[in-house]
Design a protein around this ligand. Structure first.
Ligand SMILES: *Cc1c(COP(=O)(O)O)cnc(C)c1O
Length: 470
């Protein structure tokens, strides 16, 4: 395949993409497949000779779309969204065409400089004060890992990088049990050890309070352990928990500890001023991560980390061997020094397109609609016999259950086998619950109403017979 063929095929791909999106409401959200069903359709060995694009295209159409769970489906109510606004997809096409590696400024000045400006646009959009700068990671997992590594090195006086950890004291980190597993992963990968991540008890609203945090730190200090950092939850993945950010930041500051706030999902909602009380005090944090690739429409991957003092993170992660130097340009920013991987995609272009093509007003309108419709769906579900709302809507996320875990699990399976909507599960105080989050970019009110209708129908079918076997 050459570039002239690419011209033709990319036009076909664009038409296919438009048709695909137009057809989504008619497709089951989740791929109704058994494991191995897709792999069995591929030859076991690679081709020795070139194949015509016609045949590759035909196989793509025959095998791939039906093997996908459609994340851009308007009735995707599972996990959290991974929204791709049309303007984002267009920007990614252009990025694809240029296929750069934005590892340092010189390897694509536009990628670095648009990234700097977009991070600042988002800082303003979220109502964060001047002074925060930042970078774009692939995922919140890597942003949190970067923050944890930085907090570790701060606590070790930057000796861990050189000496390793074997002679170092055990460092202690603090987070609530509502924080995402990416925090546990960062703690493990950073050599801190899971047992040194203190899961601070939460209050009745699933929030870590300043008092509980202070007590955990005091207990560690009394035991001769070394507190090193605090990770705060702003919109937990399970049921949307928020720590008391202002109180916890005040405690951390009084203890001389840095803070990292995980707002991977809920951060997008902070473009709406009325939701900002949920994370009040966030301006005191040292590091904040949020994923425009979840709820804002700039597709995966696009995870923004705001930093008050990038120097500490660059000191931890930055390396500048001779082959990465830029002669006579000491003032430039080389973003690979802010992140774990060296190579980096040009992720800022889609933010530039999305923020301009919808405007903050257009994006706010979507998030406000989603929150309002989630509350409406909660009310409809609450009215169904046997349904109990287990956690009330936090932004656009709530959970419900039937009387027993077995009944709830059976209902969830029926809902997802039906295919019109897709929901996933969590556990709340040990109880199996069905999570509902409203957040798909193309979601309309009628899609959310079809959610409650589907649950109602599946409930009726549960009480009228055993699960059909698939
Ligand atoms: C989704 C999510 C993450 C992980 O995000 P990735 O970008 O997939 O690494 C972390 N924290 C919270 C609260 C999340 O919702």
């Amino acid at each position: 395949m050459d570039h002239e063929a690419l011209r033709i095929w990319s036009k076909r791909a664009a038409d296919w993409a438009a048709d695909y999106h137009a057809s989504l409401r008619d497709r089951p959200v989740r791929a109704p497949l058994d494991p191995g069903a897709v792999a069995r359709k591929l030859p076991p060995s690679p081709p020795e000779t070139a194949e015509p694009m016609e045949r590759i295209w035909a196989d793509f159409q025959a095998i791939v779309p039906d093997g996908m769970t459609h994340w851009q489906h308007p009735r995707f109510f599972a996990y959290f969204p991974a929204n791709a606004a049309p303007a984002s997809m267009l920007a990614e096409q252009l990025v694809n065409a240029m296929a750069c590696n934005a590892l340092i400024w010189q390897t694509s000045p536009a990628a670095t400089e648009i990234e700097q400006v977009m991070v600042d646009w988002l800082r303003q959009a979220l109502g964060l004060p001047e002074g925060f700068v930042g970078t774009i990671h692939d995922s919140a997992t890597n942003a949190t890992l970067s923050a944890v590594l930085t907090m570790r090195e701060r606590a070790l006086g930057w000796r861990g990088l050189d000496e390793g950890l074997s002679g170092a004291p055990a460092l202690r980190f603090y987070a609530s049990a509502e924080t995402h597993s990416s925090v546990d992963k960062a703690i493990r990968v950073a050599g801190i050890g899971q047992r040194n991540l203190v899961k601070v008890p939460t209050d009745a609203t699933r929030a870590m309070t300043g008092a509980a945090l202070a007590a955990a730190i005091a207990a560690d200090r009394a035991a001769g352990l070394v507190p090193a950092g605090v990770i705060l939850c702003a919109g937990g993945t399970s049921v949307g928990a928020f720590d008391r950010i202002a109180d916890c930041v005040a405690v951390a500051q009084a203890e001389g500890l840095p803070t990292h706030v995980d707002a991977a999902w809920a951060g997008s909602a902070m473009i709406c001023p009325e939701f900002r009380p949920l994370w009040a005090g966030v301006e005191g944090a040292d590091s904040i991560v949020f994923n425009p690739h979840k709820w804002l429409g700039a597709q995966f991957d696009c995870s923004v980390q705001f930093l008050k003092d990038p120097g500490a993170q660059v000191r931890t992660l930055g390396l500048r061997p001779t082959y990465l130097e830029t002669a006579g340009r000491e003032e430039i920013v080389n973003f690979n020094e802010w992140t774990v991987p060296l190579g980096r995609r040009f992720r800022a272009l889609k933010l530039w397109f999305v923020l301009r093509a919808y405007g903050l007003d257009g994006l706010r309108q979507r998030i406000r609609d989603h929150v309002r419709w989630a509350v409406a769906a909660r009310d409809r579900l609450a009215a169904l016999p046997g349904v109990e709302i287990v956690t009330e809507p936090r932004l656009s996320l709530f959970s419900f259950a039937l009387e027993t875990d077995a009944a709830t699990e059976a209902l969830l399976q029926r809902i997802n086998d039906d295919g019109r909507v897709y929901l996933t599960q969590s556990r709340v105080d040990g109880r199996f619950v069905i999570r509902v989050q409203v957040g798909s970019f193309d979601c309309r009110e009628e899609d959310v109403m079809l959610l409650s209708k589907t649950v109602q129908e599946m409930l009726a079918s549960c009480s009228s017979g055993p699960l059909p076997s698939r």
